[in-house]
Design a protein around this ligand. Structure first.
Ligand SMILES: *Cc1c(COP(=O)(O)O)cnc(C)c1O
Length: 405
């Protein structure tokens, strides 16, 4: 058989095996579901360069603006000088640096746990933790709107997966009560839901976990660095830290770096080191990211005004959008602006971008069908004048696209 010439664009287009892929993309396009990468020409900030224009960025999880904080950048540069650019191996081989241990200790202190473990990404942290804790014959109970990495962790675990309706603790309790004894049980939830900006009913979940002999795992990806008196997350904010078995969070959102952690009992962390395939079979998190996260934790502690500014900016946006008659939801720094139809959401986002505001349309499968939305996320570093400009653009764009109710 002759080898396929994959490097000559002209030929691959006529290859039937490539045409199958093009047809699938065309179907996505027809459904208003095609996604495209858009390169920014500048760092993640309140304003960014996109297609040669300066636009207000309202789609970033760099909530506190720490990705460009001078102390965070300096820590990353110093780490490269001292530790190099890459770790060169998985943590268990030769990729575990004292730097990792140092930042893991910092994270454990923040979370008030015995230990913490860094992962290269939140996706890997969730998949690794869930598949370590439960397996065939066990039960995992997962909120319907949990992040895709939790969904994938549940599937890969081979445990029986019980998906309960969003925040519905009554249905969850019925499921727990109806599940035969024997086998391990894990309840897993986002703390702040990434596309809805609402909060998990953690107190009720903790009580159910205790009553039904279940572990409770909380994904604080959107709350780490943001919520709680010390910035540890929603569990800290509600005084529930000690009742959570598995604390997970990311370093790439409010902390402005990259990577993630799982925190909890020493035995949990030691077991993850031995069993979590997404930890064992991957190269250790790069020094720059580890050091940046460590420095960001200090900024969170020493500059609480950033958290206050984020709360203020989110309230300004949410209230302003509602005053325009738009359906802005959530009760955190994530402000979903509900549209419904995929194409309408895309048209709204395009109209905004034409007015120099970048707020991305979020469509299925990231959100349930019929619930396309703009996910609007301010940063602590947006000024009042910038938000005013953004709200004027929302008003115009809503009128121009007929999205106004
Ligand atoms: C972003 C996110 C993750 C994944 O984290 P990464 O570090 O980006 O892989 C996990 N859970 C939730 C809720 C998230 O929003």
């Amino acid at each position: 058989m002759r080898a396929l010439q994959v490097d000559k664009g002209g030929r691959t287009r006529h290859d039937p095996r490539v045409r199958v892929l093009a047809a699938e993309l065309a179907a996505l396009e027809d459904a208003g579901l095609r996604r495209r990468l858009r390169p920014l020409a500048s760092a993640s900030d309140a304003e960014v360069l996109l297609d040669g224009r300066r636009v207000l960025l309202l789609s970033s999880n760099n909530y506190l603006g720490l990705a460009t904080h001078p102390a965070v950048k300096a820590a990353a540069c110093a780490a490269i000088e001292r530790w190099g650019c890459g770790t060169g191996a998985s943590r268990l081989i030769a990729g575990h640096l004292e730097l990792h241990a140092e930042v893991e200790a910092k994270l454990a202190a923040l979370k008030g746990t015995e230990a913490a473990l860094l992962f290269p990404s939140g996706y890997q942290a969730n998949v690794g933790a869930i598949t370590t804790l439960v397996g065939r014959g066990d039960h995992v109970f997962s909120d319907a709107l949990n992040h895709a990495s939790i969904v994938d962790g549940c599937r890969l675990s081979r445990a029986s997966v019980h998906v309960y309706p969003h925040r519905d603790v009554q249905t969850l309790e019925a499921e727990l009560a109806a599940t035969a004894r024997g086998g391990r049980r894990l309840i897993v939830t986002d703390s702040v839901f990434s596309m809805d900006g609402d909060r998990a009913p953690l107190e009720a979940l903790a009580a159910l976990a205790e009553h039904y002999h279940s572990w409770l795992m909380v994904d604080e990806a959107h709350a780490t660095g943001v919520l709680g008196p010390g910035g540890a997350g929603l569990a800290e904010a509600e005084g529930l830290g000690a009742r959570v078995t598995v604390h997970m969070g990311t370093l790439g959102k409010a902390l402005g770096a990259a990577g993630a952690y799982v925190a909890g009992a020493r035995a949990l962390v030691d077991l993850l080191v031995n069993r979590a395939r997404t930890f064992i079979y991957t190269t250790g998190l790069a020094p720059a990211a580890v050091a940046a996260a460590g420095a960001a934790l200090e900024v969170v502690a020493t500059e609480p005004e950033r958290r206050a500014a984020l709360v203020q900016n989110a309230a300004t946006l949410r209230d302003g959008l509602r005053a325009l008659g738009l359906d802005a939801r959530g009760d955190t720094h994530i402000v979903p602006l509900m549209v419904g139809d995929n194409r309408a959401a895309l048209a709204f986002a395009d109209a905004l971008l034409a007015r120099d505001v970048h707020a991305l349309a979020i469509r299925p499968p990231t959100v349930p069908p019929g619930t396309a939305r703009l996910r609007v996320t301010p940063m602590a570093t947006h000024t009042a004048a910038q938000l005013e400009r953004a709200l004027a653009a929302f008003a115009d764009a809503a009128r121009a696209t007929g999205c106004q109710p």
